[in-house]
Structure formats: structure tokens, C-alpha cells
Design a protein around this ligand. Structure first.
Ligand code: ADE
Ligand code: ZN
Length: 332
């Protein structure tokens, strides 16, 4: 079988997707209209034209503007359900979804409204689409430590529905150390921990995420390659990196997909996984990411299987479920 044909046949887990980043322009217009919210675009074509980013911040400005259309619980449901339909099409059988409550609570939307809408879609996806999922609440790192503490407090009544706590938004100038204390509390509450590090920020941010936040996974982490001692540690600890190839290309972390380091990292023995990050903004969902790297880096069937196996190994699924999917992949 050709590698490009194998992609669709492999069960996959997605470990790095921001639900607000799955907001397709068509749905954004529909929801904005029914809520009477103004978005700074005349039509869908204009939205798509605005999706030319030169760095992370140029994307985030547009991403936060789009999220303003989301007001009611049903909006968060519709957004999340639309993402699950993409998962079904790409044979993503498990997903660990990031959500950014501060983007919404800062506009006066209740934490509960956001969580309930997303959660109801997760429950429906489990029943109707047989896709399992977990939720990861991310703190916005451009905001204060105090704001993160407040958000953690708001999450505690819903603890049973939230698997992990993460860290996202503008990386440069906001190192993981800024949030050391709030992550210590999150760990004490029993949450698993992830953090964006080494996307635009330096390898030192990855060290901080490991040593100060005590993460279970690193989100992105591609700049770890600049530090050999760090690479040795990631290999030794089998610390997963949730890599997002189309995101890296769109945000100019790499100039050309042929220069992407995911294959080199895989060959070095790092537990790299493939993910879509903000697929509505970056040109594709899970399989589009697999196709892009397979073409640019000439990935083999064994590479693709290793990446799919890594996605389950690095997931927060119970061990028995991990093994179920890994065996299926090995038999493919
Ligand atoms: N929020 C949404 N996508 C992000 C990314 N790629 N990096 C940091 N924060 C984000
Ligand atoms: Zn991300």
C-alpha cells in the first residue's frame, strides 16, 4: 500500500487541537449572525484572505476576534460537534481537546456555558460517532498569574470533566516560569499537565516546562532540536512532543515543509505525534497534516505507523485502550 493510502486506514489520536481553532468561517458567520455579533469581515472570502500569518501573534489576533461570536452554550456545542465530524472523516478515534476559558470569561460568558456546550458534544460524539475525548483547560500566558489562579478556581467544580491543564497563547516573553505556582496547585488537584513550549520560544522554555511545570507532554517543542542535551532528556524520558506541521508552516516556524524536523526527531527516538492545532486557520485537519509531511519528507508506511502508535502512547487514555489501538495499527 502506498503511504498516502495508509493514512486514512490508521486509527489516530489527536492530542493538540484548540477547539476555538476549529471555528470554520462558514460556521463563524452563521453563529455571528444568529447572535447579532459583528465580526471584522464582510464575507467568507475576506475571512480566508485574512488568514495570512507571519508569526504566532498575527494569528492569535484574528483567532481571538473570531471567538467573540461564541456566546451561548449551543454555540460551543455546534463548534465542538463540527470538529468531531472532521475527526470521524479522518479516522481520529480519540481526541484531547484544548479550550481557552479566559477568552470567553473576559467577555462576560460564564465558565459553565463554555464547558457545558463542549462537554455535551463530547458525550454525543462518544455515543453517536464512537469517538472518545478528554478536555484540557489552557491558561492564556499573556494574562497574569492571578488570572490563571482565578480560572483554576472556576474549573474546580467541574474537575471530573477536565483531564488536564495546559498553557497557550503568546509564547515569547511569557515563559513557563511565570506560571510555576498555579501549575503546582493544578498538579496538587490531580490534573495532568501540558504546556506549549519551543514553538516560537527557545529550548530554555522547554526546560522550564519540564522542570518547573512538570509537564506530562510538551506541545510543539520543535525548537528542542537546538539543544542536544534537551533532546537526550526527551529521548530518555520518552517525553511526547505534540507536533503541528501545518501550523508550523502557516506561522513561519518553518519556511518550507521540506525543512520540518518531525522525521529527524522521530528517527532520533523522540515520541513525536502529528496534530492539527488550529485546523480552520492553518489549512487542514489531522489527515491533511499527515499528507503534507508524507509528501514533503517522503515518509514510509513504518514512519506513519510509528506516528500513529505514538499518538496513543502519548495520550491520556487508560493503558488497556492504548494497547487496543496500538495492536490494531501494528496489524495494519
Ligand atoms: N492558541 C491557539 N493556537 C496556538 C498556538 N499554536 N500556540 C500558542 N497558542 C495558541
Ligand atoms: Zn497549540
Amino acid at each position: 500500500m502506498r503511504p498516502l493510502d495508509l493514512i486514512q486506514k490508521l486509527p489516530k489520536a489527536e492530542l493538540h487541537v484548540h477547539i476555538e481553532g476549529t471555528f470554520e468561517p462558514e460556521l463563524m458567520f452563521e453563529i455571528a449572525q444568529r447572535n447579532g455579533v459583528n465580526i471584522p469581515f464582510k464575507n467568507i472570502e475576506e475571512v480566508k484572505q485574512a488568514y495570512n500569518f507571519h508569526n504566532l501573534q498575527s494569528f492569535l489576533d484574528i483567532y481571538y476576534a473570531g471567538a467573540n461570536a461564541l456566546i451561548h452554550e449551543q454555540d460551543f456545542y455546534d463548534l465542538t460537534w463540527a470538529y468531531f465530524e472532521k475527526c470521524k472523516a479522518d479516522y481520529v478515534v480519540h481526541t484531547e481537546i484544548f479550550f481557552d476559558p479566559q477568552t470567553h470569561t473576559a467577555r462576560g460568558i460564564a465558565f459553565e456555558t463554555v464547558l457545558k456546550g463542549i462537554l455535551r458534544a463530547c458525550q454525543d460524539a462518544e455515543q453517536k460517532l464512537e469517538i472518545s475525548s478528554q478536555l484540557i483547560l489552557c491558561f492564556l500566558r499573556h494574562l497574569s498569574e492571578e488570572d490563571a489562579f482565578k480560572t483554576l478556581e472556576q474549573a474546580l467544580p467541574f474537575k471530573q470533566h477536565i483531564a488536564g491543564i495546559g498553557l497557550d497563547s503568546s509564547e515569547l516573553g511569557h515563559p513557563p516560569s511565570k506560571f510555576e505556582r498555579v501549575f503546582a496547585q493544578a498538579r496538587a488537584e490531580g490534573f495532568l499537565i501540558v504546556a506549549h513550549a519551543g514553538e516560537e520560544g527557545p529550548a530554555s522554555y522547554v526546560w522550564e516546562a519540564l522542570d518547573l511545570l512538570k509537564v506530562n507532554r510538551i506541545d510543539h517543542g520543535v525548537r528542542s532540536e537546538e539543544d542536544d542535551e534537551l533532546l537526550q532528556r526527551l529521548i530518555k524520558e520518552r517525553m511526547p512532543l505534540t507536533v503541528c506541521p501545518l501550523s508550523n508552516l502557516k506561522l513561519c516556524v518553518v519556511d518550507d515543509m521540506k525543512q520540518h524536523n518531525i522525521k529527524r526527531l522521530l528517527e532520533k527516538g523522540i515520541c513525536v505525534t502529528v496534530n492539527s492545532d488550529d485546523p480552520a486557520y492553518f489549512g487542514g485537519y489531522m489527515n491533511d497534516n499527515f499528507i503534507a509531511i508524507t509528501k514533503a519528507l517522503n515518509l514510509s508506511n513504518d514512519d506513519l505507523k510509528a506516528l500513529a502508535i505514538n499518538s496513543f502512547e502519548a495520550s491520556f487514555l487508560p493503558e488497556a485502550q492504548k494497547q487496543y489501538w496500538i495492536k490494531l495499527i501494528q496489524a495494519e
